[in-house]
Design a protein around this ligand. Structure first.
Ligand SMILES: [Zn+2]
Length: 387
């Protein structure tokens, strides 16, 4: 009889921090990786063995920017919703995620964050909920995208400090061009919360000033930010050329052209790009109309838009984003696997436990087939999905 939750994966192609193993093994016990190596594993009768011939083993995906799916949204402040989306994400290889809030009233954002805080941790048959990404309300109305224009505001210390005090916020997205928002960059940086430039019309110089204050992240790079121009490099120019900043990317081929994905990789290198889904309520659901605050998002052919045509998040899943990015970049997965795991883990300071395959790290794993379909997902040692 195998001992409790001791599992060996063998004959897998494995992506490790020290390079690719064409054929190797990985063993975990409880929630932790306890051994791994190239070639053949030592025989051990007391363990469940999974033959992963023809499959590729990667660290489980880490999605630091995702709003919902399966009919739910983080703003619903519904623990069942968080669990349902965690199960849906796990079917798509995600093992850790940040539930992401939108621009809304103080009360509704507070309620959403309270629910995320209370639900934090492993989810039954799902990805682990690490915490929250607060996207808005301290944005630029000119670049609001699908965020609620009427509720965009400047950073109010009384409001924002309550959210930071909850201890659940891991990323905070804001527009750094406003003097009133600058204190919050420093406050977050002091608390180890990652600050991201988002929905911003900041100039190149304004972004550089924010980086000096501690900004380290760019939210859905290229989307809802001042564009790259050769005489006016804007927010895009600043984040592409600031090595301190990691850049989120929605690799759905709708938000960003594949050529710009290639440009992003050239500028940032394999350690500077973070794939996100920005997935919304309608993800994993048929085309149709889905509510967001008092408005409606229309999903048609998988593309999510407001009634006026503005893109409103995506319905992509992480394994598809990775497949798109591999194709767009023209690079082998062995060179860029970290864009779906390790870079995000580093961005939110959990790389000591998550984001890479190493002994003593959490057993957060995804097995992909040749077509980049998820065959199995393991979150903290539990098989949460098996095709
Ligand atoms: Zn956004």
């Amino acid at each position: 009889m195998p001992s409790e939750n001791a599992v060996l994966i063998e004959n897998a192609r494995i992506m490790t921090t020290s390079g690719e193993w064409e054929r190797g093994w990985l063993r975990w016990h409880g929630s932790q990786i306890v051994g791994m190596g190239p070639g053949n594993a030592l025989d051990d009768d007391d363990i469940e063995v999974i033959d992963a011939s023809g499959l590729t083993l990667l660290p489980g995906f880490v999605d630091v920017h995702v709003h919902g799916g399966m009919g739910y949204d983080a703003m619903d402040a519904d623990p069942r919703g968080l669990q349902t989306v965690a199960q849906f994400y796990a079917r798509h290889g995600v093992t850790s995620f940040l539930a992401t809030t939108w621009t809304d009233t103080p009360t509704r954002i507070t309620k959403a964050l309270e629910t995320i805080a209370a639900s934090k941790g492993p989810q039954v048959h799902g990805a682990t909920l690490i915490g929250a990404h607060v996207e808005g309300p301290y944005l630029n109305p000119q670049k609001c995208g699908a965020q609620n224009l009427g509720l965009i505001r400047r950073a109010d210390p009384e409001e924002a400090m309550d959210w930071l005090e909850m201890g659940v916020v891991r990323v905070l997205s804001l527009a750094p061009e406003y003097e009133e928002n600058l204190w919050l960059i420093q406050e977050c940086a002091n608390r180890g919360i990652t600050v991201s430039v988002a929905h911003s019309a900041a100039t190149y110089d304004q972004v550089l000033r924010a980086v000096q204050l501690g900004l380290r992240h760019a939210t859905h790079t290229f989307n809802a930010m001042s564009e790259l121009h050769h005489r006016n490099p804007g927010t895009v120019g600043a984040v592409l050329t600031s090595p301190e900043v990691r850049c989120e990317l929605i690799a759905d081929n709708i938000h960003v052209h594949p050529a710009m994905m290639k440009l992003l990789l050239s500028a940032k290198g394999p350690d500077g790009v973070i794939l996100i889904t920005d997935a919304i309520r309608g993800t994993g659901m048929p085309d149709g109309e889905y509510p967001v605050d008092d408005r409606t998002i229309i999903v048609k052919n998988g593309v999510a838009r407001l009634a006026d045509g503005t893109l409103a998040g995506s319905t992509i899943t992480m394994e598809k984003a990775l497949a798109n990015f591999v194709k767009a970049s023209g690079r082998p997965i062995a060179e860029i696997w970290q864009v779906s795991s390790l870079n995000a883990a580093r961005a939110i300071g959990i790389e000591d436990r998550k984001g890479s395959l190493d002994v003593q790290k959490d057993a957060d794993l995804v097995l992909l087939d040749d077509g980049m379909n998820v065959q199995m997902t393991v979150a903290e040692g539990l098989i949460v999905y098996r095709r």
